[in-house]
Ligand binder design. Structure first.
Ligand SMILES: Nc1ncnc2c1ncn2[C@@H]1O[C@H](COP(=O)(O)OP(=O)(O)OP(=O)(O)O)[C@@H](O)[C@H]1O
Ligand SMILES: [Mg+2]
Length: 395
C-alpha cells in the first residue's frame, strides 16, 4: 500500500470517528442499538473502514452504475485536462453508502492530483477552514464530507475561496479590525452531503457541477458484489449474488456488508457461498427477502395488526415499537415507502396492498376497497419518492 493510500485510510478512520452518527448517542443514553447490518451509514469500526477501503473502486471505469453522473464527471475532468486548469468544484449529493466518498477519491485519482480530506463537523470555525485552505498545494482536491454541517462563518469564507481562490483574514476586533487578503493555490472543492436541502443557496450555486446519486438497481448491485467477491477471493454462485443484491436496499455499502456476513457463514460452515448459504446466513441475521430487518418488520406488524394498516402518525408508530421517531423517520420509513410497502398520507402512514401481501395478511374489506383507489408508486417512481422524502424536494 502506498503512503498516500495509508494516509487516506488514516484520514478516513479519523473522520468516521468524528462523524459517528446517532448510534453512539443512543448507546450513551442507554438505548439499545438498532439493527446495524442494514443501516446505510458507515459504522466507523476499524474493521469496517478497512473493509470499505479495500473494496473502493479506484477509477471511474471500475465504478459501477450511476451512468449519468459518471459520464458528466468524466467530461468535466477531461475538459479541465484539455484546458490545463483545475476541474470545477463538485457537489456530490445523495443517501449514505451510495459512493460519494468513493467518487471524491476517484476525482483526485483520475486527474492525478493530491487529495485532502476533511469534513463539515471538523470545521467549526472560519479559522479551521482558513488553515486548511492556506495550506493547499496548487491543484489539490479538497474533499469536505457532510459539508452541510460546516459552521456558518466558515461557509462565508468558502464563498470567496471557491470563486476567486482568495480569502480575507480578519485581524483584530471592533473599529481597529482590518482584513488581510490572502491568495490561495487553485484547488477543486469536492463537497459531499446526505442533506443537500440544508445547504445555503449561495454555497450550492458556487459548485460548477452537482451530482445526485440514485439508489442502485439489483443488476448493478450484483455487479458491485461480483467485483467485491473477486477482490475478497470468494467463490459465490450467481444466484447467491442476486439473492444478496435483492436484500441490499439499493445500497452498495449494505451489499458489501451482507457479502461479508455470507463469507463468514460459508467459512464457518465450510464450502462455497451458494444461494442456500446466503438464505441461511441472512436468516440468521434477520434480513428478509426484501431486505427488511427486525425493526422494519416490527413497524409493519404494528401498523398492520394494531392499527389495521393505518393511517397512523409516525410518533405513535415509534412509541409502539419502542424506537426513537427519528430512526423511524430517517431509516425505516423512507425504505418502506421506496419499496412500496407503505405510503404517506396527510393523516399518517398507511400500509399498501403489497404491504399486506408481504406479511401474508389480508386487509379488512373496506380498507381493501380504499387501497384499490390509491395510487401505488412502483419501481423507480417509488425510489424517487423515497429519496425525496429523505432529502427534501430539490432532488
Ligand atoms: N458504484 C460503486 N461501485 C462499487 N462499489 C461501490 C460503489 N459505490 C459505493 N461502493 C462501495 O460502497 C462503499 C460505501 O461507499 P462510500 O463510502 O463512497 O459511500 P458514501 O456515499 O460516501 O456514504 P456516506 O454518506 O455514509 O459517507 C464503499 O466501500 C465502496 O466500495
Ligand atoms: Mg462518505
Amino acid at each position: 500500500m502506498s503512503d498516500s493510500d495509508e494516509m487516506g485510510r488514516a484520514n478516513e478512520m479519523r473522520r468516521a470517528k468524528e462523524m459517528r452518527p446517532a448510534k453512539e448517542m443512543r448507546r450513551a443514553n442507554g438505548m439499545p442499538p438498532a439493527d446495524e447490518l442494514l443501516q446505510p451509514e458507515m459504522m466507523g469500526s476499524e474493521a469496517e473502514v478497512a473493509f470499505e477501503g479495500a473494496l473502493r473502486p479506484k477509477s471511474l471505469a471500475e465504478f459501477v452504475g450511476q451512468h449519468r453522473v459518471r459520464g458528466q464527471l468524466q467530461l468535466l475532468l477531461d475538459a479541465a485536462t484539455i484546458q490545463n486548469r483545475t476541474p470545477d468544484h463538485i457537489l456530490l449529493a445523495g443517501p449514505p453508502g451510495l459512493g460519494k466518498t468513493t467518487l471524491a477519491m476517484i476525482v483526485a485519482h483520475e486527474s492525478g492530483r493530491p487529495l485532502r480530506m476533511s469534513s463539515g463537523p471538523a470545521i467549526q470555525h472560519a479559522g479551521d477552514l482558513a488553515a486548511v485552505l492556506s495550506s493547499l498545494v496548487p491543484g489539490e482536491v479538497l474533499f469536505v464530507d457532510e459539508i452541510h454541517r460546516m459552521a456558518r462563518s466558515a461557509e462565508e469564507l468558502l464563498y470567496l475561496a471557491m470563486e476567486d481562490f482568495r480569502i480575507d483574514i480578519m485581524v483584530g476586533k471592533g473599529a481597529g479590525a482590518t482584513s488581510i487578503p490572502l491568495d490561495l493555490a487553485p484547488f477543486t472543492l469536492v463537497g459531499a452531503t446526505t442533506r443537500s436541502g440544508l445547504l445555503p443557496n449561495p454555497l450550492r450555486d458556487r459548485f460548477g457541477f452537482t451530482a445526485h446519486l440514485e439508489f442502485y438497481d439489483a443488476d448493478e448491485l450484483v455487479h458491485v458484489l461480483r467485483r467485491a467477491a473477486v477482490l475478497l477471493e470468494l467463490r459465490v454462485e450467481d444466484a447467491a449474488l442476486i439473492e444478496i443484491a435483492n436484500r441490499s436496499r439499493g445500497t452498495p455499502r449494505i451489499a458489501n456488508r451482507l457479502l461479508r456476513r455470507v463469507r463468514d457463514y460459508a467459512l464457518v460452515h465450510g464450502g462455497e457461498a451458494t444461494r442456500a448459504v446466503v438464505r441461511s446466513a441472512l436468516e440468521l441475521y434477520d434480513v428478509d427477502e426484501l431486505g427488511l430487518d427486525r425493526l422494519d418488520r416490527a413497524v409493519m406488524m404494528i401498523l398492520l395488526t394494531r392499527f389495521n394498516g393505518g393511517p397512523v402518525g409516525l410518533n405513535t408508530l415509534a412509541v409502539s415499537v419502542g424506537e426513537e421517531s427519528e430512526t423511524i423517520e430517517s431509516v425505516v420509513e423512507p425504505f418502506l415507502v421506496r419499496i412500496g410497502l407503505i405510503i404517506r398520507t396527510p393523516r399518517g402512514r398507511m400500509a399498501t396492498r403489497e404491504g399486506w401481501e408481504h406479511f401474508g395478511m389480508q386487509p379488512r374489506n373496506d380498507i381493501a376497497e380504499q387501497l384499490a383507489h390509491k395510487h401505488r408508486p412502483t419501481g423507480n417512481e417509488g425510489a424517487r419518492a423515497g429519496t425525496q422524502q429523505l432529502f427534501g424536494d430539490e432532488l
